[in-house]
Write a protein that binds this ligand. Structure first.
Ligand SMILES: NC(=O)c1ccc[n+]([C@@H]2O[C@H](COP(=O)([O-])OP(=O)(O)OC[C@H]3O[C@@H](n4cnc5c(N)ncnc54)[C@H](O)[C@@H]3O)[C@@H](O)[C@H]2O)c1
Ligand SMILES: [Zn+2]
Length: 367
């Protein structure tokens, strides 16, 4: 990959799934041209924008001309990703007399995208949704793949559906206002894509990290594009996450455990995944499945990206127990994604509690 000198051309990445084909469009300024994009893809004519007040204050103006309907604003923040917020979207749609010729346009991070996407999946048994992700995490991950849903008081993402979007419109310009910690949290998922599928992406992050942090538009478009291509190809091969899609869970077994142990308060999701990736590398090295230079390359990159929240006060045993409750356990077996080199992984089902414990301790949890 080389850095283009002029504004990069729009990238269009196809996603093929049994329940529908669509394009992920990555283009600086896409948000300003959204009305034309919706027309071009034949999005049903009554269009409702769903966003959150902070995002709307920053970027609402870009979406003038998309619709004459008032925007439906829902509170964001993880604790609002719940059924009652979906209810607020239904209320607004019903009051406006929305019918089946309706398109929902979700403008926001993963919280807005998952919540509005779930409303779209269920309102009138399903109306189309167009995802316009505004965080790096949403642009490289949550907006693509059709997983939508909300949390239950007793667990994350327990209520949901598969509802592929009609299109995903990614405007890297929207990231200019993203707080640095949110940006970094999304970047760990980009590191994940490098680790599971793309040595060039991993190398590029490593060699051009300062420019990535400066949010150089051409570089961002390239890095987001490569990430989306990987997500799109995995989703296309495996819509329901039975086989290849599992690689996307690299770093997520222990990552989810750390999030759960700290009541989803201490870590941004990507930060917990960073620890999870480090732990998976330790486990792989201990098994002889990964060589030391690869582990060092990941460790160095993550260290250069900035400080992660502390884990020294967390018990490795508690983390391993929480990992054992993860819903990625299929038929009583934990499917663990093991890195075998930068750019490749394998899924194993024979990881022992003891191995997990040692890996958790190796990344700093207390024994
Ligand atoms: N559906 C999927 O496949 C999938 C995949 C990964 C994660 N998720 C979900 O995504 C959610 C996390 O998403 P997130 O990390 O985007 O968090 P988020 O949606 O909570 O957004 C993070 C913060 O950034 C703010 N924000 C958003 N865009 C901004 C912008 N352009 N400028 C300034 N501030 C902005 C928001 O107001 C919010 O405060 C979780 O609920 C997770 O479960 C879903
Ligand atoms: Zn993730």
């Amino acid at each position: 990959m080389t850095v283009p000198l002029v504004a990069p051309p729009p990238q269009r990445i196809p996603v093929h799934t049994p329940s529908g084909d669509y394009q992920v469009e990555i283009d600086a300024g896409a948000s300003v041209r959204l009305a034309a994009l919706l027309d071009a893809i034949g999005a049903p004519a009554r269009r409702f924008l769903v966003s959150s007040p902070p995002i709307w204050r920053l970027h609402g103006e870009r979406f003038q001309g998309v619709t004459s309907e008032p925007a439906i604003l829902i509170p964001d923040g993880e604790r609002h990703k719940r059924v009652s917020t979906v209810g607020r979207i239904y209320d607004a749609l019903v009051r406006a007399g929305a019918d089946r010729a309706t398109t929902i346009v979700a403008v926001g991070g993963g919280v807005v995208g998952d919540t509005a996407g779930f409303a779209a999946a269920t309102f009138l048994r399903g109306v189309p949704v167009v995802q316009v992700p505004t965080t790096l995490l949403a642009q490289v991950d949550s907006a693509i793949g059709g997983k939508v849903g909300v949390n239950h008081p007793l667990g994350k993402n327990l209520i949901g559906a598969f509802h592929q979007p009609l299109a995903v419109a990614i405007d890297p310009d929207l990231l200019a206002t993203l707080p640095r910690r949110e940006f970094r949290a999304g970047l760990y998922e980009v590191v994940k894509y490098g680790m599971i599928a793309s040595p060039p992406l991993f190398d590029r992050l490593t060699s051009e990290l300062p420019a990535v942090f400066k949010r150089d538009p051409a570089l961002l478009a390239a890095v987001i594009g490569e990430s989306c291509r990987i997500k799109a190809s995995v989703v296309s091969a495996d819509e329901r996450e039975t086989g290849p899609r599992r690689a996307l869970n690299f770093g997520h077994t222990l990552g989810h455990a750390l999030e759960a142990l700290t009541q989803y308060k201490r870590f941004r999701h990507g930060e917990a995944v960073a620890y999870g990736m480090l732990a998976a590398c330790e486990l792989a090295v201990a098994r002889g499945a990964l060589d030391l230079p690869a582990r060092e390359a990941l460790r160095d990159l993550i260290a250069r990206m900035g400080p992660l929240p502390a884990v020294a006060d967390l018990s490795a045993a508690d983390a391993v127990e929480a990992a054992g409750r993860d819903k990625k356990i299929v038929g009583g077996k934990l499917h663990f994604v093991l890195p075998t080199a930068i750019g490749t992984t394998m899924t194993v089902t024979d990881v022992t509690t003891d191995e997990l414990l040692r890996a958790a301790e190796a990344i700093g949890l207390k024994g």
